[in-house]
Ligand binder design. Structure first.
Ligand code: SF4
Length: 240
């Protein structure tokens, strides 16, 4: 299914020169580029930063898997995740889709997640829809509960709504929430999927420009001091 009223983009695939494989955009890599292009280049183009799964990431993945089993197959949550039951129970008896992987081409056409033409990919934690409305939920595990709601970025939900609309048909209204173990985020209106597609294309255009020039901005922020692994960068606070 192709999104109506959206001018088709040139289906140009970004190919990192070293890896030779086309770069497929995701919320994570687009966000990383916006945070610091140099870090993005090291992570996704030069692939010089090994992936390290932290304990918090491991626990977050386990929570996602348990909620998928709970909502998709009726399997009770493990005892140490029972706190999430209050967020799963309201969906009992409803037609919900969980942990669905979706992808689109650069022109906004739906495609298989692993299709060679995939340009943007994402996984939707939970969604349900009527003919006119859609609802998205994104589980967010936080190791430190005092940080809940900090740095919340609805761009992730917006990308989910875009992927959903291109794959499952447009709805008049799309609302999304992040769901923490202690509560829901504010509701986000995700209905402007054309605006989201344009936003993604703008970032993709900047990435293509930098890739062609092999010039990546070193964008300094609070991450430089202790939260960046690009040790070749002169701004990195972990360098001795
Ligand atoms: S140290 Fe800062 S400027 Fe350098 S790559 Fe990391 S985030 Fe970017």
């Amino acid at each position: 299914m192709t999104m109506p009223d959206i001018p088709a983009a040139l289906d140009r695939r970004v190919r990192p020169p070293a890896a030779g494989k086309p770069l497929v955009y995701t919320f994570s890599n687009l966000k990383n580029y916006r945070t610091c292009p140099e870090q993005f280049a090291q992570r996704y183009v030069h692939k010089s930063l090994p992936f390290v799964e932290s304990d918090a990431m491991k626990r977050g993945n386990a929570v996602h898997a348990a909620l998928e089993a709970r909502l998709g197959a009726g399997k009770p949550l493990p005892d140490d995740m029972a706190v999430w039951e209050r967020w799963a129970a309201p969906f009992d008896g409803r037609k919900v889709h969980v942990e669905q992987r979706l992808a689109i081409t650069a022109s906004g056409a739906a495609c298989d997640f692993w299709d060679a033409a995939a340009w943007l990919r994402g996984k939707l934690d939970l969604w349900m829809a009527s003919d006119y409305h859609a609802f998205l939920l994104d589980w967010k595990y936080k190791e430190d509960l005092s940080k809940i709601g900090q740095y919340e970025d609805p761009f992730e939900l917006e990308i989910g709504a875009l992927l959903l609309s291109c794959n499952e048909g447009q709805r008049r209204k799309i609302i999304g929430h992040y769901c923490y173990e202690t509560g829901l985020s504010q509701p986000y209106d995700l209905s402007d999927v054309k605006g989201t597609l344009l936003k993604v294309r703008e970032i993709a255009k900047d990435i293509e420009r930098d890739l062609a020039a092999q010039e990546w901005e070193k964008k300094r922020s609070g991450l430089c001091k202790a939260w960046c692994d690009v040790l070749t960068c002169e701004h990195n606070g972990k360098r001795t």
